[in-house]
Design a protein around this ligand. Structure first.
Ligand SMILES: Nc1ncnc2c1ncn2[C@@H]1O[C@H](COP(=O)(O)OP(=O)(O)OP(=O)(O)O)[C@@H](O)[C@H]1O
Ligand SMILES: O=P(O)(O)OC[C@H]1O[C@H](OP(=O)(O)OP(=O)(O)O)[C@H](O)[C@@H]1O
Ligand SMILES: [Mg+2]
Length: 285
């Protein structure tokens, strides 16, 4: 059987989470980080460790079949490359920022100004769509320092917590793009590799679903069951089992992570107690 070739970032912010998600998919990779290539022991996969920024070209050329890459890099360098799956980690945004002291009310304020960035195509397109012309200065790192050294009037770079902007006395004024790690697919992927990709996507989806949910168990007096069940989502409906103590039941269900605290507060108010929350490893609908 043939292998699917996957590119992941050699070192940097995506490396560890990329290896972890493959591991959660049950794929064990024999690797030392000094190697540029490794094989999976129990899945038809070869792993290539590459620079994030180089990956779109490798996908385009069909050197690798798939890759885990920042969506922002695909937008910048790979508009012809298909995105198969959002992976939920390395969330950030690509934003425009100006010095705190600069006046800024709208994008037209950047007309004729100098903008330093590592994302020239993303910025250019954003400006073109809004009819603004500016001078782009392309630099590959430490972009946030550019206004302080007189190189630019504004910058466009990745923002996550905002602390790099804060430390450099900059203010985020436009969010151009929300980004996260994604699974990207080469336009040249072959039919056998496509089959392996389908298997991988099935696993990835069950891992991602599981990461987004919690398994919750709680005890409740029987007379409160209906009110509590009303509040609970579940894969189909919650499971209710009798406790050894008369008049009490145990309720088991699955709750989406983003509504989790809100739902727990409500069921507590309705009389639920002894609440246990467990992670889910895989979730197949
Ligand atoms: N502060 C951040 N918070 C969250 N995600 C981020 C942050 N900075 C970068 N990312 C995401 O992680 C990806 C990799 O960033 P990183 O800084 O590790 O590598 P890089 O220098 O952009 O790439 P290369 O591998 O080509 O050297 C980015 O493309 C982006 O999607
Ligand atoms: O909003 P924040 O949480 O401060 O994150 C944003 C910073 O993170 C990234 O840099 P990184 O630390 O990856 O360094 P790099 O420029 O060397 O890639 C990015 O280029 C920003 O500078
Ligand atoms: Mg970086």
């Amino acid at each position: 059987m043939q292998n699917i070739k996957i590119a992941i970032q050699k070192s940097g912010r995506l490396n560890e989470d990329s290896l972890n998600i493959l591991k959660d998919c049950g794929i064990s990779i024999d690797n030392g980080t000094d190697q540029l290539k490794a094989s999976a022991r129990n899945f038809p996969m070869e792993v290539f460790y590459l620079r994030n920024g180089d990956i779109p070209q490798y996908l385009r050329d069909g050197v690798v079949d798939i890759a885990i890459i920042g969506e922002n890099v695909l937008v910048e360098k790979g508009e012809d490359i298909e995105m198969a799956e959002k992976l939920g980690f390395s969330k950030c945004r690509v934003s425009l920022a100006v010095p705190k002291s600069a006046s800024y009310t709208c994008i037209e304020d950047l007309q004729g100004k100098r903008i330093a960035t590592s994302y020239p195509r993303t910025v250019q397109q954003y400006l073109d769509e809004r009819g603004v012309r500016a001078d782009l200065h392309i630099i590959t790192g430490s972009v946030e320092i550019a206004p302080n050294i007189g190189l630019a009037d504004a910058i466009c770079d990745i923002v996550s917590s905002g602390s790099t902007l804060f430390k450099n006395n900059l203010r985020e004024v436009e969010v151009m793009l929300h980004s996260e790690a994604v699974l990207a697919v080469s336009p040249k992927i072959g039919p056998e590799q496509q089959e392996i990709l389908t298997k991988l996507q099935f696993r990835l989806r069950s891992v991602l679903k599981a990461r987004q949910h919690k398994y919750v168990l709680m005890n409740a007096p029987n007379e409160r069951l209906d009110a509590i069940i009303e509040l609970l989502p579940g894969m189909r409906s919650p499971t209710v089992l009798p406790l050894a103590e008369q008049g009490w039941s145990s309720i088991h269900t699955v709750i989406p992570g983003d509504r989790f605290w809100e739902i727990l507060d409500e069921v507590k108010r309705e009389g639920a107690e002894g609440i246990l929350v467990c992670p889910i490893e895989k979730m197949i609908l």
